[in-house]
Design a protein around this ligand. Sequence first.
Ligand code: TYD
Length: 133
Amino acid sequence: MDIKFIQFQSHGDDRGSLVSLEDHKNIPFTIQRVYYMFDTKENVRRGFHAHKELKQLAIVLKGSCRFLLDDGKEKIELLLDNPEQGLYIESFMWREMYDFSDDCVLMVLADSFYDESDYIRDYNEFTKMVSEK
Ligand code: TYD
């Protein structure tokens, strides 16, 4: 499985760091939605879905968390702990997020508005859809 990380340029100086995100420049789509998770409780595992169309980019702004990505053939576990990196998540990619640090702020950029009909929340249905693609 090809995991795509996007490395952002950090405009750091002695005051600190700054990262800028721009449609079709360092973000490979038009950003229609931004959401973020924070105050995630201990031992919580979330996600457990894939999308039919949606493309997203996950960036840990603070702290760390782990991602499980599964394309229906292969599973890969990743640690996100760098606000200068974005994890690109294509459609038909099952994801689970876990091991959130107490201070974790996980931001997700998405190329579409929230649409429950784009979700695949049943893992068996997901593997079936992938095998029929
Ligand atoms: P949920 O899909 O359970 O989050 P995750 O899959 O990342 O664990 O989303 C939690 C709630 O937030 C659920 O009621 C749907 C809602 N929600 C929105 O209203 N807009 C959004 O953009 C997202 C991602 C979720």
